[in-house]
Design a binder for this molecule. Structure first.
Ligand code: 2AM
Length: 180
């Protein structure tokens, strides 16, 4: 099974990212992700034997329990890769920053004998692949939200061959200092 660790979006934030994608699609051609699939990747594992799902969950649970619930903000449109055939993203900033969490996850996965893509890591929400970027992009609404939970996601195609990201396991961040 193809797995990754990630953060889901509250419904109201997903409405904003959906609207951002719809607005972007007016000027940026590309293969747009399903809004249901909008997420923030924390670490990508790749192919993992089904019997090791519990070990992957334990890694995420341990690292998340030691990390304060982050407050995330959408930080505008950007592009990974080539502007003529790139990945259209929304940048995400986090308080505290997510890079140390990503590094801890990669280290803990490696120690557990699980695969882990070391990065580079830049928090983002993928809106479209094979995007042809426009010279000017609209502003993205100033949205902030708190994330209390992280998920082990399954990346798989459904019966109609549509790619879906499904949370299989859910774990909690530390509540220390977050007011939760
Ligand atoms: P992204 O949209 O956040 O970049 C499932 O494949 C998800 O894992 C992708 O949507 C992608 O999320 C993320 N991912 C991160 N590193 C990856 C890699 N090396 N290969 C494939 N997907 C990766």
């Amino acid at each position: 099974m193809r797995l990754f660790f990630g953060l889901s979006l509250p419904d109201d934030v997903r409405s904003v990212t959906r609207a951002c994608a719809e607005e972007a699609a007016q000027r940026v051609p590309g293969r747009y992700a399903l809004p249901e699939n909008h997420h923030i990747t924390l670490a990508f594992l790749g192919d993992v034997p089904e019997k090791r799902l519990g070990d992957a969950r334990d890694v995420l649970a341990r690292c998340a329990a030691a990390f304060p619930a982050p407050v995330l903000s959408l930080d505008g449109f950007d592009c990974f890769g080539r502007r003529t055939n790139g990945i259209l993203i929304l940048r995400v900033t986090s308080c505290p920053p997510l890079l140390p969490l990503h590094e801890q996850l990669v280290q803990a996965l490696t120690e557990a004998g699980l695969p882990a893509d070391p990065g580079p890591f830049a928090p983002h929400i993928t809106l479209a692949r094979h995007a042809v970027m426009a010279d000017a992009m609209p502003a993205c609404p100033p949205v902030s939200f708190s994330c209390t939970r992280a998920h082990v996601y399954l990346s798989a195609r459904d019966e109609a061959h549509v790619l879906r990201y499904t949370p299989l396991e859910t774990v909690c961040f530390s509540s220390a200092g977050s007011g939760n």
